[in-house]
Design a protein around this ligand. Structure first.
Ligand code: PFF
Length: 453
């Protein structure tokens, strides 16, 4: 059975698929508004610390779980620790991915509306206040966002049904290079705008007085969200890696690409926003209200550039979102397929239908269902808070404890060194972080920020 398991056709295919999962709305939508809300460069420094000291080792741990169990996350813990309660960590991952996919697809759907709007030149001649009104009336409309949400989930569904190699790998190989080109061109355009240096200062010049207590949980949650960690998404992808994939190198590549795109996302957004005097702390609507306005104002003398910039930006967002939604969908689809023996097609249909339900509720919670709350927040915000700031770090901590303390050391070492073919290098540091640093750091942040004691 193990030999017939499908897999990625090439090493680069695996890296691009994992990077595709990591690079998404988290980089271009969530990272800029979290950075904007938490004061800029100082937040980014804490974020980088989280990526380096927690994200990287936990990513290697997830890769090891996936590759050595040859199973998706929902089943991998039962394979590696049969008869124990560790299986719940896998189930937690499946649930987390399913919930994130539901509300994430709402925002992913918005990108399609904005591609259309930008494509028909609907932003031209708008006044700044028009962008606020049009975003609010769109996102609160009971039907339009639902339509786009469903379209986006069906696109995701289509790729998933095509399978690991012909769907996930092939689409990542096309979409990721395209995405890089668009990010780089947009970043260059943005820094050539007048006054762009203020935006760059905001991004790169830390003001530590801006560090308040919520920064740490936000940076931690953002790191897990952005790197697709803590729910076994990358471990599911790693179960499709070949024996020769170098887990440490792959993790460094994925984390570097992800961080670079997040920073470049900031380089696109903040110089453009500052250049027309817009404040960076607009929150989740930053890229949907502020940016179309920024594009129009920044290129007011050259309407064709405003047009190209707007269309490419939303195409970029949609591509980034799609490579991430397929990765989340895969976690639940592979789980139903492996655990209950369902065909991929049937499993995918159930996941898509379930996510449409969560997506519809999240979307309506921004409009007609605004008054329904969960933990004192609207349903959309509550889902984002609970998944990104609690479930992902908790999952990451449990994964870290599992590999650091429970899993047989020779297995962990074999995965790290590709069965002795590579040097042991940083192995002791890796284990030290998994055993002590990440469980303690994540617990400390939880205790402090969630007022647990
Ligand atoms: N990493 C994705 C992003 O930054 O948009 C979101 C994501 C994908 C989170 C997959 C979690 C996950 F398992």
């Amino acid at each position: 059975m193990q030999d017939t398991r499908v897999g990625f056709g090439s090493k680069i295919g695996g890296i691009l698929a994992a990077a595709g999962s990591a690079v998404g709305l988290g980089n271009i939508w969530r990272f800029p508004y979290e950075t904007g809300n938490h004061g800029g460069a100082a937040f980014i420094l804490v974020y980088l610390g989280c990526v380096l000291f927690l994200g990287l080792p936990i990513m290697v741990a997830e890769f090891s779980i996936g590759r050595s169990s040859k199973a998706s996350t929902g089943k991998s813990f039962s394979v590696l620790a049969p008869g124990t309660q560790w299986k719940w960590v896998g189930y937690l991952g499946v649930l987390t991915g399913f919930l994130i996919l539901g509300y994430y697809s709402v925002v992913a759907g918005w990108t399609l509306e904005y591609i259309l709007e930008a494509g028909i030149n609907g932003f031209a001649n708008n006044r700044p206040e028009d962008f606020v009104v049009s975003f609010q009336s769109f996102s609160q409309n009971p039907w339009k966002p639902l339509f786009w949400l469903i379209v986006f989930l069906l696109m995701t569904h289509y790729i998933i049904v095509k399978g690991v190699k012909n769907g996930i790998e092939k689409s990542s190989k096309i979409m990721m290079p395209l995405l890089f080109i668009i990010v780089i061109v947009l970043a260059i355009c943005s820094i050539t705008l007048p006054n762009s240096q203020k935006g760059l200062e905001f991004l790169f010049n830390p003001d530590f007085s801006k560090l308040n207590s919520s920064v740490f949980l936000s940076a931690l949650g953002q790191a897990f969200f952005s790197l697709s960690l803590g729910m076994g998404c990358l471990s599911t992808y790693a179960s499709y890696f070949g024996k020769d994939a170098k887990l440490g190198n792959t993790a460094v590549s994925v984390a570097t690409i992800d961080t670079l795109v997040a920073i470049l996302g900031g380089v696109i957004i903040f110089p453009a926003a500052f250049s027309v005097g817009i404040q960076p702390d607009a929150g989740p609507s930053l890229i949907f209200i502020t940016l179309p306005n920024v594009f129009q104002q920044a290129f007011s003398g050259i309407p064709i550039l405003a047009y190209i910039f707007s269309v490419s930006f939303y195409v970029l967002l949609a591509l980034a979102a799609l490579t991430s939604t397929i990765s989340m969908h895969e976690v639940s689809t592979a789980f139903l397929n492996e655990k209950y023996g369902m065909s991929r097609g049937r499993a995918a249909k159930i996941v898509t239908a379930g996510c449409i339900v969560i997506g519809v509720i999240s979307s309506l919670s921004l409009g007609v269902m605004q008054d329904y709350t969960l933990f004192g927040k609207g349903i959309f915000d509550a889902l984002d808070f609970v998944t990104a700031k609690i479930m992902l770090p908790l999952g990451g901590m449990l994964i870290s404890i599992f590999v650091g303390w429970y899993l047989d050391k020779s297995r962990v070492k074999n995965e790290f060194t590709n069965y002795g073919k590579m040097k042991l290098g940083l192995f002791n540091v890796y284990i030290f972080i998994l055993k002590y640093v990440s469980p303690l750091a994540i617990s400390a942040i939880f205790i402090k920020e969630l007022n647990l004691i």
